[in-house]
Design a protein around this ligand. Structure first.
Ligand SMILES: *[C@@H]1O[C@H](CO)[C@@H](O)[C@H](O)[C@H]1NC(C)=O
Ligand SMILES: *[C@@H]1O[C@H](CO)[C@@H](O)[C@H](O)[C@H]1NC(C)=O
Ligand SMILES: *[C@@H]1O[C@H](CO)[C@@H](O)[C@H](O)[C@H]1NC(C)=O
Length: 460
Protein backbone atom coordinates (compact mmCIF):
# COMPACT_ATOMS: atom_id res chain seq x y z
CA UNK A 1 0.00 0.00 0.00
CA UNK A 2 2.74 2.41 1.06
CA UNK A 3 4.73 1.50 -2.05
CA UNK A 4 1.87 2.18 -4.41
CA UNK A 5 1.42 5.57 -2.91
CA UNK A 6 5.12 6.34 -3.39
CA UNK A 7 5.07 5.34 -7.04
CA UNK A 8 2.14 7.60 -7.69
CA UNK A 9 4.18 10.45 -6.23
CA UNK A 10 7.21 9.63 -8.31
CA UNK A 11 5.14 9.72 -11.44
CA UNK A 12 3.75 13.08 -10.42
CA UNK A 13 7.24 14.45 -9.79
CA UNK A 14 8.49 13.21 -13.14
CA UNK A 15 5.50 14.68 -14.98
CA UNK A 16 6.05 18.06 -13.30
CA UNK A 17 9.77 17.79 -14.04
CA UNK A 18 9.30 17.28 -17.77
CA UNK A 19 6.62 19.97 -17.92
CA UNK A 20 8.96 22.50 -16.31
CA UNK A 21 11.83 21.47 -18.59
CA UNK A 22 9.85 21.82 -21.80
CA UNK A 23 8.10 25.05 -20.78
CA UNK A 24 11.25 26.80 -19.64
CA UNK A 25 13.02 26.62 -23.01
CA UNK A 26 12.91 24.40 -26.05
CA UNK A 27 16.62 23.92 -25.80
CA UNK A 28 18.25 21.42 -28.14
CA UNK A 29 21.72 20.04 -27.73
CA UNK A 30 24.16 18.10 -29.87
CA UNK A 31 27.73 16.98 -29.29
CA UNK A 32 30.26 16.68 -32.12
CA UNK A 33 33.83 15.49 -32.44
CA UNK A 34 36.39 17.46 -34.45
CA UNK A 35 38.54 15.68 -37.02
CA UNK A 36 41.44 13.77 -35.50
CA UNK A 37 44.65 15.65 -34.69
CA UNK A 38 47.79 13.57 -34.33
CA UNK A 39 50.35 14.98 -31.95
CA UNK A 40 53.81 13.85 -30.89
CA UNK A 41 55.83 15.30 -27.99
CA UNK A 42 56.66 18.94 -28.80
CA UNK A 43 54.59 19.06 -31.98
CA UNK A 44 52.16 21.77 -33.00
CA UNK A 45 48.89 21.55 -34.87
CA UNK A 46 47.30 24.68 -36.26
CA UNK A 47 44.64 23.46 -38.64
CA UNK A 48 41.37 24.68 -40.13
CA UNK A 49 38.57 22.19 -40.56
CA UNK A 50 35.83 23.08 -43.00
CA UNK A 51 32.27 21.83 -42.91
CA UNK A 52 32.44 20.47 -39.38
CA UNK A 53 29.41 19.06 -37.60
CA UNK A 54 26.95 21.77 -36.65
CA UNK A 55 23.20 22.05 -36.13
CA UNK A 56 21.37 23.12 -39.28
CA UNK A 57 18.34 25.24 -40.04
CA UNK A 58 17.25 28.69 -38.94
CA UNK A 59 18.25 28.55 -35.30
CA UNK A 60 19.43 30.59 -32.34
CA UNK A 61 22.72 29.56 -30.73
CA UNK A 62 22.57 29.45 -26.94
CA UNK A 63 25.97 28.03 -26.01
CA UNK A 64 29.10 26.39 -27.34
CA UNK A 65 31.18 24.30 -25.00
CA UNK A 66 34.50 22.69 -25.89
CA UNK A 67 36.43 19.84 -24.31
CA UNK A 68 39.76 18.47 -25.60
CA UNK A 69 39.72 14.66 -25.45
CA UNK A 70 41.74 11.69 -26.62
CA UNK A 71 39.77 8.46 -26.97
CA UNK A 72 36.83 9.97 -25.11
CA UNK A 73 38.68 11.08 -21.98
CA UNK A 74 39.53 14.70 -21.21
CA UNK A 75 43.18 15.52 -21.90
CA UNK A 76 44.92 17.75 -19.36
CA UNK A 77 46.48 20.99 -20.57
CA UNK A 78 49.96 20.00 -19.37
CA UNK A 79 49.93 17.22 -21.99
CA UNK A 80 48.16 19.00 -24.81
CA UNK A 81 48.04 22.74 -24.43
CA UNK A 82 45.00 24.17 -26.18
CA UNK A 83 46.42 27.46 -27.40
CA UNK A 84 43.09 28.45 -28.93
CA UNK A 85 40.18 27.30 -31.00
CA UNK A 86 37.67 29.33 -32.98
CA UNK A 87 34.53 28.53 -34.94
CA UNK A 88 33.78 30.65 -37.99
CA UNK A 89 30.71 30.85 -40.17
CA UNK A 90 30.95 30.77 -43.96
CA UNK A 91 28.71 30.23 -46.94
CA UNK A 92 29.25 28.35 -50.20
CA UNK A 93 26.99 28.18 -53.27
CA UNK A 94 24.30 25.54 -52.72
CA UNK A 95 25.13 21.99 -53.75
CA UNK A 96 28.78 22.05 -52.69
CA UNK A 97 30.76 19.02 -51.66
CA UNK A 98 29.39 17.13 -48.70
CA UNK A 99 32.74 16.05 -47.36
CA UNK A 100 34.09 17.30 -44.12
CA UNK A 101 37.77 18.01 -44.61
CA UNK A 102 40.47 20.57 -44.20
CA UNK A 103 40.40 21.83 -47.75
CA UNK A 104 37.36 20.97 -49.86
CA UNK A 105 35.47 24.18 -49.05
CA UNK A 106 38.56 26.34 -48.69
CA UNK A 107 38.42 27.77 -52.20
CA UNK A 108 34.77 28.71 -52.40
CA UNK A 109 34.14 29.61 -48.76
CA UNK A 110 32.92 33.15 -48.20
CA UNK A 111 33.31 34.00 -44.56
CA UNK A 112 30.41 35.62 -42.77
CA UNK A 113 32.20 37.18 -39.87
CA UNK A 114 30.78 38.25 -36.53
CA UNK A 115 29.67 41.87 -36.16
CA UNK A 116 33.15 43.30 -35.62
CA UNK A 117 35.31 44.98 -34.82
CA UNK A 118 38.62 43.90 -36.39
CA UNK A 119 39.68 44.25 -40.03
CA UNK A 120 38.87 41.76 -42.80
CA UNK A 121 38.24 38.29 -41.41
CA UNK A 122 40.54 38.79 -38.42
CA UNK A 123 38.87 37.59 -35.21
CA UNK A 124 35.66 36.98 -37.14
CA UNK A 125 34.64 33.94 -35.10
CA UNK A 126 31.32 33.55 -33.32
CA UNK A 127 32.92 31.63 -30.48
CA UNK A 128 36.53 31.07 -29.58
CA UNK A 129 38.72 30.54 -26.56
CA UNK A 130 41.72 28.55 -25.39
CA UNK A 131 42.99 26.81 -22.29
CA UNK A 132 40.10 28.41 -20.35
CA UNK A 133 37.47 26.70 -22.45
CA UNK A 134 36.38 24.04 -19.95
CA UNK A 135 35.34 26.47 -17.26
CA UNK A 136 34.09 29.45 -19.22
CA UNK A 137 30.36 29.97 -19.52
CA UNK A 138 28.95 30.76 -22.95
CA UNK A 139 25.26 30.34 -22.22
CA UNK A 140 22.94 33.12 -23.34
CA UNK A 141 19.94 33.69 -21.10
CA UNK A 142 16.48 33.70 -22.67
CA UNK A 143 15.20 35.36 -24.74
CA UNK A 144 18.61 35.99 -26.31
CA UNK A 145 20.37 33.86 -28.92
CA UNK A 146 22.71 34.28 -31.89
CA UNK A 147 20.49 34.02 -34.95
CA UNK A 148 22.09 31.88 -37.67
CA UNK A 149 21.13 29.56 -40.51
CA UNK A 150 19.34 32.06 -42.73
CA UNK A 151 21.93 32.57 -45.48
CA UNK A 152 21.24 34.61 -48.58
CA UNK A 153 19.37 32.89 -51.42
CA UNK A 154 21.41 30.27 -53.31
CA UNK A 155 23.91 29.78 -50.51
CA UNK A 156 24.43 27.19 -47.85
CA UNK A 157 25.84 28.00 -44.43
CA UNK A 158 28.69 25.97 -42.97
CA UNK A 159 31.23 26.24 -40.16
CA UNK A 160 34.98 26.10 -39.95
CA UNK A 161 36.74 25.02 -36.78
CA UNK A 162 40.29 26.27 -36.29
CA UNK A 163 42.37 24.46 -33.68
CA UNK A 164 45.79 25.43 -32.40
CA UNK A 165 47.26 22.94 -29.94
CA UNK A 166 50.77 22.21 -28.69
CA UNK A 167 51.86 18.86 -27.31
CA UNK A 168 54.07 19.70 -24.34
CA UNK A 169 54.93 16.19 -23.16
CA UNK A 170 58.64 15.99 -22.47
CA UNK A 171 59.50 19.50 -23.64
CA UNK A 172 62.49 21.32 -22.15
CA UNK A 173 60.50 24.44 -21.28
CA UNK A 174 56.73 24.10 -20.96
CA UNK A 175 55.92 27.77 -20.55
CA UNK A 176 58.30 28.65 -23.40
CA UNK A 177 56.73 26.12 -25.77
CA UNK A 178 53.22 27.26 -24.86
CA UNK A 179 54.18 30.90 -25.45
CA UNK A 180 55.81 29.91 -28.75
CA UNK A 181 59.27 31.21 -27.92
CA UNK A 182 60.97 31.25 -31.32
CA UNK A 183 64.32 29.90 -30.15
CA UNK A 184 62.65 26.76 -28.75
CA UNK A 185 61.17 26.09 -32.18
CA UNK A 186 64.38 26.91 -34.08
CA UNK A 187 62.46 29.60 -35.95
CA UNK A 188 63.90 33.03 -36.72
CA UNK A 189 61.51 35.80 -37.65
CA UNK A 190 63.61 38.89 -36.97
CA UNK A 191 62.45 42.43 -36.40
CA UNK A 192 62.48 41.97 -32.63
CA UNK A 193 59.89 39.16 -32.76
CA UNK A 194 60.83 36.71 -30.00
CA UNK A 195 57.75 34.60 -29.60
CA UNK A 196 54.18 34.14 -30.72
CA UNK A 197 52.03 32.53 -33.38
CA UNK A 198 54.58 32.99 -36.16
CA UNK A 199 56.95 30.62 -34.34
CA UNK A 200 54.53 27.78 -33.61
CA UNK A 201 52.75 27.18 -36.87
CA UNK A 202 51.28 23.92 -38.00
CA UNK A 203 53.97 21.23 -38.04
CA UNK A 204 56.55 23.21 -36.05
CA UNK A 205 58.40 21.38 -33.33
CA UNK A 206 59.28 22.56 -29.84
CA UNK A 207 62.44 21.28 -28.18
CA UNK A 208 62.02 18.03 -26.27
CA UNK A 209 64.30 16.69 -23.53
CA UNK A 210 67.08 14.52 -24.85
CA UNK A 211 66.01 10.89 -24.95
CA UNK A 212 62.38 11.58 -24.11
CA UNK A 213 60.16 8.93 -25.64
CA UNK A 214 56.50 9.62 -26.12
CA UNK A 215 54.03 8.06 -28.48
CA UNK A 216 51.96 9.88 -31.05
CA UNK A 217 48.56 10.57 -29.71
CA UNK A 218 45.19 11.31 -31.26
CA UNK A 219 43.44 14.38 -29.95
CA UNK A 220 39.97 15.73 -30.74
CA UNK A 221 37.89 18.66 -29.69
CA UNK A 222 34.53 17.50 -28.46
CA UNK A 223 32.07 20.36 -28.67
CA UNK A 224 28.52 20.66 -27.49
CA UNK A 225 26.24 23.16 -29.16
CA UNK A 226 22.96 24.20 -27.59
CA UNK A 227 20.35 25.99 -29.64
CA UNK A 228 16.69 26.80 -30.09
CA UNK A 229 14.66 26.77 -33.28
CA UNK A 230 14.35 30.39 -34.27
CA UNK A 231 10.93 31.96 -33.69
CA UNK A 232 10.62 35.65 -34.49
CA UNK A 233 9.35 37.54 -31.51
CA UNK A 234 10.11 34.71 -29.12
CA UNK A 235 13.89 35.10 -29.26
CA UNK A 236 15.93 38.27 -29.57
CA UNK A 237 19.11 38.26 -31.66
CA UNK A 238 22.43 39.32 -30.19
CA UNK A 239 25.35 40.78 -32.09
CA UNK A 240 28.80 39.34 -31.44
CA UNK A 241 31.75 41.71 -31.15
CA UNK A 242 35.36 40.98 -30.31
CA UNK A 243 37.63 43.82 -29.28
CA UNK A 244 41.39 43.26 -29.38
CA UNK A 245 43.62 45.29 -27.11
CA UNK A 246 46.33 45.39 -29.83
CA UNK A 247 44.01 47.10 -32.34
CA UNK A 248 45.78 50.11 -33.86
CA UNK A 249 42.43 51.44 -35.03
CA UNK A 250 43.53 51.72 -38.66
CA UNK A 251 41.70 49.70 -41.28
CA UNK A 252 44.08 49.92 -44.23
CA UNK A 253 44.72 46.15 -44.20
CA UNK A 254 48.48 46.15 -43.82
CA UNK A 255 50.23 43.64 -41.59
CA UNK A 256 51.18 46.15 -38.94
CA UNK A 257 47.81 47.90 -38.60
CA UNK A 258 44.46 46.87 -37.22
CA UNK A 259 44.11 44.01 -34.75
CA UNK A 260 47.49 42.36 -34.20
CA UNK A 261 45.89 39.59 -32.06
CA UNK A 262 48.97 39.05 -29.88
CA UNK A 263 51.61 41.06 -28.06
CA UNK A 264 54.62 40.78 -25.81
CA UNK A 265 54.75 41.59 -22.10
CA UNK A 266 58.18 42.79 -21.04
CA UNK A 267 59.42 41.84 -17.59
CA UNK A 268 59.43 44.72 -15.14
CA UNK A 269 62.95 45.98 -14.52
CA UNK A 270 62.65 45.46 -10.79
CA UNK A 271 63.23 41.69 -10.85
CA UNK A 272 62.54 41.08 -7.16
CA UNK A 273 59.12 42.68 -7.27
CA UNK A 274 56.47 39.96 -7.14
CA UNK A 275 53.64 42.25 -8.11
CA UNK A 276 54.51 43.87 -11.40
CA UNK A 277 51.46 44.43 -13.57
CA UNK A 278 51.55 45.15 -17.28
CA UNK A 279 48.50 47.23 -18.14
CA UNK A 280 47.53 47.60 -21.78
CA UNK A 281 44.65 49.82 -22.82
CA UNK A 282 42.70 50.36 -26.01
CA UNK A 283 40.29 53.14 -26.90
CA UNK A 284 37.58 51.73 -29.11
CA UNK A 285 34.00 52.13 -30.20
CA UNK A 286 31.27 49.68 -31.14
CA UNK A 287 29.48 50.22 -34.44
CA UNK A 288 26.06 49.45 -32.94
CA UNK A 289 24.01 50.49 -29.94
CA UNK A 290 22.39 48.04 -27.59
CA UNK A 291 22.23 46.34 -24.25
CA UNK A 292 25.11 44.19 -23.05
CA UNK A 293 23.87 40.62 -22.63
CA UNK A 294 27.14 38.77 -22.09
CA UNK A 295 30.85 39.49 -21.98
CA UNK A 296 34.01 37.44 -21.56
CA UNK A 297 37.73 37.98 -22.00
CA UNK A 298 40.36 35.74 -23.51
CA UNK A 299 43.83 35.78 -22.01
CA UNK A 300 46.81 33.48 -21.68
CA UNK A 301 48.83 32.29 -18.72
CA UNK A 302 50.08 35.24 -16.70
CA UNK A 303 46.68 36.91 -17.06
CA UNK A 304 45.44 39.15 -14.28
CA UNK A 305 42.11 40.19 -15.75
CA UNK A 306 40.36 42.39 -18.25
CA UNK A 307 37.63 44.98 -18.22
CA UNK A 308 35.71 47.27 -20.53
CA UNK A 309 35.05 50.73 -19.13
CA UNK A 310 33.26 53.87 -20.15
CA UNK A 311 35.16 57.14 -20.31
CA UNK A 312 33.93 58.02 -16.81
CA UNK A 313 35.45 54.84 -15.41
CA UNK A 314 32.20 52.91 -15.04
CA UNK A 315 32.83 49.18 -15.54
CA UNK A 316 30.74 47.74 -18.35
CA UNK A 317 32.06 44.24 -18.02
CA UNK A 318 34.94 42.57 -16.22
CA UNK A 319 36.42 39.13 -16.81
CA UNK A 320 39.10 37.58 -14.64
CA UNK A 321 41.09 34.38 -15.08
CA UNK A 322 40.47 31.28 -12.99
CA UNK A 323 43.74 29.43 -12.34
CA UNK A 324 43.80 25.70 -11.79
CA UNK A 325 45.13 24.33 -8.52
CA UNK A 326 45.25 20.58 -9.06
CA UNK A 327 46.14 17.87 -11.50
CA UNK A 328 42.89 16.82 -13.17
CA UNK A 329 41.67 18.16 -16.53
CA UNK A 330 39.82 21.41 -15.92
CA UNK A 331 41.87 22.25 -12.84
CA UNK A 332 45.49 22.08 -14.03
CA UNK A 333 47.73 23.99 -11.64
CA UNK A 334 49.17 27.20 -13.07
CA UNK A 335 46.96 27.22 -16.17
CA UNK A 336 44.14 29.60 -16.95
CA UNK A 337 41.33 27.04 -16.80
CA UNK A 338 38.44 29.48 -17.02
CA UNK A 339 37.49 33.11 -17.44
CA UNK A 340 34.72 34.67 -15.42
CA UNK A 341 31.88 36.10 -17.47
CA UNK A 342 29.49 38.96 -17.06
CA UNK A 343 25.73 38.87 -17.42
CA UNK A 344 24.32 42.28 -16.63
CA UNK A 345 20.71 42.44 -15.50
CA UNK A 346 18.78 42.70 -18.81
CA UNK A 347 18.61 46.32 -19.90
CA UNK A 348 20.88 47.65 -17.19
CA UNK A 349 23.99 48.28 -19.31
CA UNK A 350 23.46 50.19 -22.51
CA UNK A 351 26.21 51.11 -24.97
CA UNK A 352 25.83 53.54 -27.81
CA UNK A 353 27.31 53.28 -31.30
CA UNK A 354 30.42 55.44 -31.41
CA UNK A 355 30.61 55.81 -27.64
CA UNK A 356 34.25 55.88 -26.54
CA UNK A 357 35.03 52.72 -24.58
CA UNK A 358 38.23 51.48 -23.00
CA UNK A 359 39.49 47.89 -22.98
CA UNK A 360 42.06 47.18 -20.28
CA UNK A 361 44.08 43.96 -20.24
CA UNK A 362 46.41 43.11 -17.38
CA UNK A 363 49.22 40.59 -17.25
CA UNK A 364 51.77 39.81 -14.62
CA UNK A 365 55.18 41.13 -15.65
CA UNK A 366 56.98 39.71 -12.64
CA UNK A 367 59.89 37.34 -13.16
CA UNK A 368 62.81 37.47 -15.51
CA UNK A 369 61.22 36.68 -18.84
CA UNK A 370 57.87 38.38 -19.27
CA UNK A 371 55.37 36.80 -21.64
CA UNK A 372 55.26 36.19 -25.37
CA UNK A 373 52.37 35.96 -27.79
CA UNK A 374 49.76 36.88 -25.19
CA UNK A 375 46.26 37.93 -26.14
CA UNK A 376 43.80 40.48 -24.86
CA UNK A 377 40.50 39.80 -26.57
CA UNK A 378 37.12 40.74 -25.22
CA UNK A 379 33.86 39.25 -26.48
CA UNK A 380 30.85 41.51 -26.07
CA UNK A 381 27.38 40.29 -27.04
CA UNK A 382 24.79 43.02 -27.33
CA UNK A 383 21.10 43.09 -28.19
CA UNK A 384 19.23 46.06 -29.56
CA UNK A 385 16.00 45.10 -27.83
CA UNK A 386 14.91 44.50 -24.29
CA UNK A 387 12.92 41.38 -23.38
CA UNK A 388 9.17 41.76 -22.93
CA UNK A 389 8.08 41.65 -19.31
CA UNK A 390 7.80 37.95 -18.46
CA UNK A 391 4.38 36.35 -18.63
CA UNK A 392 3.33 35.17 -15.19
CA UNK A 393 3.63 31.47 -15.94
CA UNK A 394 5.43 29.10 -13.65
CA UNK A 395 8.37 28.62 -16.04
CA UNK A 396 9.09 32.27 -16.80
CA UNK A 397 8.80 33.37 -13.21
CA UNK A 398 11.14 30.62 -12.27
CA UNK A 399 13.66 31.57 -14.94
CA UNK A 400 13.54 35.25 -14.17
CA UNK A 401 14.36 34.59 -10.58
CA UNK A 402 17.25 32.27 -11.52
CA UNK A 403 18.93 35.06 -13.44
CA UNK A 404 18.64 37.56 -10.63
CA UNK A 405 20.02 35.03 -8.19
CA UNK A 406 22.96 34.33 -10.46
CA UNK A 407 23.52 38.03 -10.86
CA UNK A 408 23.61 38.53 -7.12
CA UNK A 409 26.23 35.83 -6.77
CA UNK A 410 28.38 37.42 -9.45
CA UNK A 411 29.48 34.53 -11.66
CA UNK A 412 26.97 32.83 -13.90
CA UNK A 413 28.15 29.47 -15.14
CA UNK A 414 27.02 28.01 -18.43
CA UNK A 415 24.58 25.67 -16.85
CA UNK A 416 23.76 27.62 -13.77
CA UNK A 417 20.22 28.25 -14.72
CA UNK A 418 19.81 24.61 -15.49
CA UNK A 419 21.32 23.90 -12.12
CA UNK A 420 18.91 26.32 -10.53
CA UNK A 421 16.05 24.70 -12.37
CA UNK A 422 17.25 21.32 -11.16
CA UNK A 423 17.65 22.70 -7.64
CA UNK A 424 14.06 23.84 -7.97
CA UNK A 425 13.12 20.32 -8.89
CA UNK A 426 15.20 19.05 -6.02
CA UNK A 427 13.31 21.40 -3.73
CA UNK A 428 10.09 20.03 -5.17
CA UNK A 429 11.38 16.53 -4.54
CA UNK A 430 12.29 17.42 -0.99
CA UNK A 431 8.74 18.63 -0.55
CA UNK A 432 7.35 15.42 -1.92
CA UNK A 433 9.89 13.43 0.07
CA UNK A 434 8.85 15.24 3.22
CA UNK A 435 5.26 14.55 2.47
CA UNK A 436 6.02 10.92 1.70
CA UNK A 437 8.04 10.50 4.88
CA UNK A 438 5.16 11.90 6.78
CA UNK A 439 2.80 9.62 4.88
CA UNK A 440 5.03 6.61 5.32
CA UNK A 441 5.55 7.40 8.98
CA UNK A 442 1.78 7.21 9.23
CA UNK A 443 2.13 3.80 7.63
CA UNK A 444 5.26 2.77 9.52
CA UNK A 445 7.75 2.52 6.61
CA UNK A 446 10.49 4.73 5.14
CA UNK A 447 11.05 2.78 1.93
CA UNK A 448 9.56 5.49 -0.22
CA UNK A 449 12.11 8.01 1.02
CA UNK A 450 15.01 5.88 -0.26
CA UNK A 451 13.49 5.50 -3.68
CA UNK A 452 12.66 9.16 -4.13
CA UNK A 453 16.06 10.25 -2.88
CA UNK A 454 17.74 7.92 -5.35
CA UNK A 455 15.77 9.46 -8.20
CA UNK A 456 16.41 12.94 -6.85
CA UNK A 457 20.15 12.29 -6.75
CA UNK A 458 20.25 10.91 -10.27
CA UNK A 459 18.37 13.97 -11.52
CA UNK A 460 20.92 16.29 -9.91
C1 LIG B 1 67.27 23.16 -33.24
O1 LIG B 1 68.59 23.54 -33.47
C2 LIG B 1 69.53 22.85 -32.65
C3 LIG B 1 70.89 23.45 -32.86
O2 LIG B 1 71.03 23.97 -34.15
C4 LIG B 1 69.47 21.36 -32.98
O3 LIG B 1 70.37 20.66 -32.16
C5 LIG B 1 68.08 20.86 -32.74
O4 LIG B 1 67.94 19.52 -33.11
C6 LIG B 1 67.04 21.68 -33.48
N1 LIG B 1 65.72 21.29 -32.99
C7 LIG B 1 64.71 21.07 -33.76
C8 LIG B 1 63.44 20.72 -33.07
O5 LIG B 1 64.75 21.13 -34.98
C1 LIG C 1 42.66 56.98 -25.01
O1 LIG C 1 42.00 58.25 -24.94
C2 LIG C 1 42.43 59.07 -23.88
C3 LIG C 1 41.63 60.33 -23.91
O2 LIG C 1 40.27 60.03 -23.88
C4 LIG C 1 43.92 59.39 -24.02
O3 LIG C 1 44.35 60.12 -22.92
C5 LIG C 1 44.70 58.09 -24.12
O4 LIG C 1 46.05 58.35 -24.39
C6 LIG C 1 44.15 57.19 -25.21
N1 LIG C 1 44.83 55.92 -25.14
C7 LIG C 1 45.30 55.29 -26.19
C8 LIG C 1 45.96 53.97 -25.91
O5 LIG C 1 45.21 55.73 -27.31
C1 LIG D 1 44.78 46.47 -14.03
O1 LIG D 1 45.81 46.89 -13.20
C2 LIG D 1 45.67 48.22 -12.73
C3 LIG D 1 46.93 48.57 -11.99
O2 LIG D 1 47.22 47.63 -11.02
C4 LIG D 1 44.42 48.28 -11.88
O3 LIG D 1 44.22 49.62 -11.44
C5 LIG D 1 43.20 47.85 -12.70
O4 LIG D 1 42.07 47.80 -11.89
C6 LIG D 1 43.47 46.48 -13.29
N1 LIG D 1 42.39 46.13 -14.20
C7 LIG D 1 41.75 44.97 -14.19
C8 LIG D 1 40.71 44.77 -15.22
O5 LIG D 1 41.99 44.08 -13.41
Amino acid sequence: MGHQFTRAHLLLVLIIASAVASRAHKLKSATFLSPELVLAPGSVTNTFHYNVGFPTGHIGLKSFHVEPVDSGRPIPLYDTYLHHWAINRYVIPKGGSKSSSSSSDGESAKFVRNDGICQGNILGQHYGSGSETRRTATFLPDPYAIEIGNPEEGFEERWMLGIHAIDTRGVVDGQGCMECLCELYNVTIGGGYHGGLKCCEDGDQCRVKLGFQGRKRSVYLRYTVKWVDWVDGEFLPVKVFIADVTDTGERDMTETTGCQVEYEVEPCSNGDDDWCVDVKRLNFTLPASGYVVYGVGHQHSGALGQAVYRQNGEVICKSVPIYGTGHEAGNEAGFVVGMSTCYPEPGSVKVTAGEKLILETNYSSSGARGHFGVMGLFHIFIADQLPQPPKPTMATTFFHRSISAAHVFGGFSAESWTILAVSGLAALLVGVVGFSIWLNKQRGTEDGYQVIMAIGMSLV
